[in-house]
Design a protein around this ligand. Structure first.
Ligand code: AMP
Ligand code: ZN
Length: 480
């Protein structure tokens, strides 16, 4: 374990606190997963990237992390206040498919986005529809304990039973708006404005496809119960960190705390980690607004998903981040330069890294991240390494180690296909960048098994007096 004190901003205490897990060296972490009625947009993915960095920082330092995520495939209505249309049903209608087909399609799409962004797939990923008996059990206990009531054939959580319902958010009864939209009817079955649905039995959606038997009649679960129940199923009664985007603070996470702690009879989760929103010039990026950007849109516009990840890492997770293609272009330039600089190290001889230098910078990098996941400072440590008076082998080893957290594909700088420069004496900058461009094109051609193009590029460079060689560390070149 590295000797680093981890400090995290905790939404519960509203301050930066030292992180101390329940069990030394072990972390139980829960993430609210996507609602799979549409593609994840790059705003959702900002949240998942930042959560991934948190998880990997803890692993980097030496913690054993178990991370659990749900997939919301039932119960999430268009307003988080339990009113409006069922999001999954709306997705199914939009695409003339069944709800389960939609859920499968968009879960797979999310998995592919996560892969392309180097987001580690959590240790446990559980769709809500897998856990109906667990939800029913939890609701039964809440009714037994007097925290829930039945009205209008639905089961509601009674928030008036709690002294500190608003423990996580700064909302209060007066400014509480039930439902995010004006055109949504208020639910008159509720005893208190803030009460929320645990189980819907009288479905207001005529063609609701997903329904299950329950002690209260055929119906389906509310959205909030799934995260409490799924996290407890896999992480037990005490959890270290719960994550999500800031829009989850109220009502979703507030409701999760209310029902979990009422069910358990003790404190449930110690640290709450919330990522601020990705915005566009029109405000928060949202699936419901349409016109949102996905990983596919970035790729179609010629951006490597790694550039988007690097873009997210440049700013702090607690600050809103404004997306624009101009800003992304600047990051793309910086990213290309970084990979190119690293690729020059690949020609470093195979001497072992210097242990003392390696440990010094490894600790510096860990400290930057341990300071409330300060990714931009961590990136600065990487640039410091590149400038430092240490061996190229140590620099290379550090870049690979740092990429365990940054996960921006720095290893590509050291792969066989990378250009690593070479005997450049007497070659001007313009020719140098032309050679490197050609080498990159040749690598791409080889990757696509287009060997004719690859050979033609090599011959064309040879005609200019440039000899290229494929080595284990990448492609080198020299003047003949
Ligand atoms: P959803 O699929 O809508 O349940 O959202 C998945 C995750 O993305 C949740 O943690 C949300 O809080 C988060 N999220 C939603 N919109 C944004 C946004 N514009 N920027 C960052 N995170 C977001
Ligand atoms: Zn959740």
């Amino acid at each position: 374990m590295l000797d680093v004190k981890v400090e995290l901003y905790n939404t519960l205490s509203k301050k930066v606190e030292e992180f101390k897990p329940n069990e030394a060296g072990k972390v139980g972490m829960y993430t609210c997963g996507p609602t799979v009625y549409h593609y994840a947009h790059i705003g959702n993915l900002r949240t998942y990237i930042c959560e991934d960095v948190l998880e990997k920082t803890l692993r980097f330092i030496g913690y054993h992390v178990k991370r659990v995520m749900n997939i919301t495939d039932v119960g999430h209505l268009s307003s988080d206040g339990d009113t409006g249309e069922d999001k999954m049903l709306a997705g199914a209608k939009r695409e003339h498919k069944s709800v389960m087909d939609i859920a499968k399609f968009y879960t797979d799409a999310f998995k592919s986005d996560a892969e392309r962004l180097n987001i580690r797939w959590p240790d446990v990923v559980e769709p809500a529809t897998n856990c109906i008996p667990e939800f029913i059990h939890m609701i039964e206990v809440l009714i037994e304990k007097g925290y829930a009531y039945i009205a209008g054939d639905n089961v509601y959580f009674d928030t008036s039973k709690l002294d500190d319902y608003y423990v996580l958010s700064s909302q209060n009864e007066e400014d509480l708006v039930v439902g995010a939209r004006d055109d949504v009817d208020e639910d008159t079955n509720k005893k208190n404005k803030a009460d929320f649905v645990l189980w819907f039995t009288r479905s207001k959606f005529e063609n609701q496809e997903l329904k299950w038997e329950s002690p209260w009649g055929v119906g389906y679960p509310g959205w909030h119960i799934e995260c409490s129940s799924i996290s407890m199923k896999h992480l037990g009664e005490y959890m270290d960190i719960h994550c999500g985007g800031v829009d989850n603070i109220f009502p979703h996470h507030t409701n999760e705390i209310a029902q979990s702690e009422s069910y358990l009879g003790h404190k449930w989760c110690n640290y709450w980690f919330h990522v601020n929103h990705l915005n566009t010039t029109n405000g928060k990026m949202a699936k419901s607004k349409g016109g949102f950007l996905t990983v596919d849109s970035l790729v179609e516009n010629g951006y490597d998903p790694m550039v988007y990840r690097f873009f997210c890492l440049q700013s702090h997770y607690r600050k809103p981040l404004e997306f624009s293609y101009d800003a992304l272009d600047n990051v793309k330039n910086a990213y290309d330069k970084l990979v190119n600089r690293l690729s020059k190290l690949a020609s470093a001889d195979e001497k072992a890294a210097d242990q003392a230098d390696f440990e010094k910078y490894e600790l510096e990098f860990a400290k930057a991240l341990a300071n409330d996941i300060n990714t931009s400072s961590a990136i600065t440590v990487l640039y410091d390494v590149l400038k430092a008076d240490i061996s190229d082998s140590t620099k290379k080893a550090l870049a690979i180690r740092f990429d365990e957290v940054l996960s921006i594909g720095l290893d590509k700088a050291f792969s066989d296909d990378a250009s690593v420069g070479g005997g450049a004496d007497g070659v001007d900058d313009e020719l140098k960048s032309y050679i490197e461009e050609q080498i990159a094109k040749r690598a791409e051609a080889k990757k696509n098994k287009d060997f004719a193009t690859a050979d033609a590029i090599r011959d064309e460079l040879l005609a200019k007096g440039i000899v290229i060689k494929d080595t284990r560390e990448g492609t080198t070149w020299e003047v003949q």
